[in-house]
Design a protein around this ligand. Structure first.
Ligand SMILES: [Zn+2]
Length: 320
């Protein structure tokens, strides 16, 4: 059996897993990111966690082939440097060299959305697909594209930033500097903004009661839950959200025409309310709707484990 370590560095937590044969997680652990603002301290903590996982499995470091790191932000895979990560506040951190020095095994880094796409392609919802595109609906929207054994890479490690595709010219301002980006509408954050806007137009909406009159208490559940009970304003929110989501997803299918498009992130759990109408809208709008074969939209299967399994497969992975 081959063993690798997968690390997932996110804005809220850092997860570490011991992965068997690149496909299944033997054991894992995690700790909050906020305790480790200093990257050197975070690397030290990751190295300690790796050693513990390895010894608990009655293995030694020499039995481990690699440590792969999926991280939020712009990960320079060639040089092993996390160039920028707005969520973490880290800049130009030579993560692979730092971990290699601590653990004595080969390390490699990749963007977390790419790692998750690779994980779903190899061991999750897209194992039968030759080409698969993963779109993760979280605080923002991330993407990754896998073709056969290859992970698609851009020239500057910022490929598949699908969240920054403009779907509404002159729309909501985005931290990337443009207006109307996909993630300002179809992410969890985007849904919350839409919910707030619509609630203000419907003072009698049941959503006001649900949040105790405080718009700061709006969550991704607020509109979905109220819409299920027939609240008119919530139905307007969900209709708008689904239209925005299907606009972006249909654009992506038109461009990539993958075998499978996986939807990940917390929102993807909403099957009947999100995935079913999304599939219907995309099928109606996609350019190739008259074709006998079209992209299958699927819910991602591995949750947070996708990034860990993907990260454990980074060494030796081909890219183009
Ligand atoms: Zn943007």
């Amino acid at each position: 059996m081959n063993y690798d370590i997968g690390v997932d560095i996110g804005g809220t937590k850092i997860a570490i897993a011991l992965v068997e044969d690149g496909r299944s997680i033997a054991s894992k652990t995690s700790f909050p990111t906020y305790e480790y603002i200093d990257p050197a301290k975070a690397v030290e903590r990751i190295a300690d966690a790796v050693r513990l996982l390895v010894s608990a499995a009655e293995l030694e470091m020499k039995d481990i082939r690699s440590v792969g790191i999926g991280t939020a932000g712009l990960a320079n895979r060639r040089d092993g440097i996390l160039e920028t990560s707005p969520n973490l506040g880290w800049k130009d951190v030579p993560l692979t060299a730092m971990l290699e020095a601590k653990l004595g095994i080969m390390a490699i880094i990749e963007n977390d959305a790419n790692a998750a796409a690779l994980g779903e392609h190899l061991a999750g919802a897209a194992t039968d697909a030759h080409t698969s595109l993963m779109v993760t609906l979280g605080t923002g929207i991330g993407g990754g594209f896998v073709i056969g054994d290859y992970l698609h890479k851009g020239i500057n490690f910022a490929e598949l930033e699908v969240g920054h595709m403009v779907i509404k010219q002159g729309g909501r301002h985005c931290r990337c500097g443009r207006n109307g980006c996909f993630e300002r509408y179809a992410s969890a954050t985007g849904l919350n903004i839409t919910t707030r806007h619509i609630m203000k137009k419907y003072p009698e909406s049941a959503m006001w009661e649900a949040v105790g009159g405080d718009v700061k208490k709006i969550t991704t559940f607020t509109a979905f839950d109220a819409a299920a009970k027939g609240d008119e304003a919530a139905t307007v929110v969900i209709d708008k959200f689904l239209t925005d989501l299907s606009t972006g997803i249909t654009n992506l299918i038109n461009i990539f025409q993958p075998d499978v498009l996986c939807i990940g992130g917390g929102l993807a759990a909403r099957d009947d309310e999100l995935l079913v109408p999304l599939k219907r809208k995309a099928a109606e709008e996609v350019y190739s709707r008259a074709s006998a074969v079209n992209t299958v939209i699927k819910k991602a299967k591995l949750g947070n484990d996708a990034g860990l399994i993907g990260a454990a497969n980074l060494v030796g992975l081909k890219t183009f």
